[in-house]
Write a protein that binds this ligand. Sequence first.
Ligand code: ADE
Length: 253
Amino acid sequence: MHTGRLAILGALHEEIADLLAAMDPGAVIHRVAMRDFHVGTLWGTPCVIALSRIGKVAAAATASIVIQEFQASRVIFTGLAGGLHPDVAVGDVVVASALMQHDMDARPLFPQHEIPLLGREDFAADPVLSARLLDSARQFASGHAGLPAGQGARRPKVHHGLIATGDVFVNDNDYAHRLRQRLPEALCLEMEGGAMAQVCYEFGVPFAVLRVISDQADHAAKTDFTDFLVNLARVYTAGVLAPLLQSGAFRQA
Ligand code: ADE
């Protein structure tokens, strides 16, 4: 049985807005290291919810704080990602099986992508947390008709696999192409998950990552990402997480 809190983190306000709005009125905001940590209950589950801001350092700092200051016993990171793998389309959902840092490169001291002195290049997400996210994402996708006209109408697919993290917003076909060649297994890319994963690994805290594909990391990524963020991000995040928390799945192990 877990006695600590469930931490839910997002890099941008729109990605966690509906969850914050749904917290019980007794939630208390603690400000630490220029961030607000909302501590309270969400559908009966003791939670701490925080906006990390964008990037690996921001995500690592936020993960450390929820673990050390707010006794988070599990961490979920949620938000948008750029699609990399050819099977992954805008509107799809990706639950991480593992995360790696595509911009980690300490060659020739260590192999490319290896986290120096940890001796590993990826961090496995918790299988139980991830299975629950996958179930809920599949339920959400089956009841979701697809994106509004103009953005493709196919029902969202749910994928489980490798997520690549780096301090780069990829808005460039050539960069995305090189990443696809170097990391053929990576389903999508984002800017926080692999850093949060490393911190959770170091603390021995189980974690999971839920991402919704907003763009294809190509020349149109900025526009596609912004449209998705404004119009759809909150629908997905709350659509997958609300039924899961309401079911009581996170109240105990
Ligand atoms: N998150 C969403 N889209 C992204 C992209 N194209 N690059 C990096 N992170 C992202």
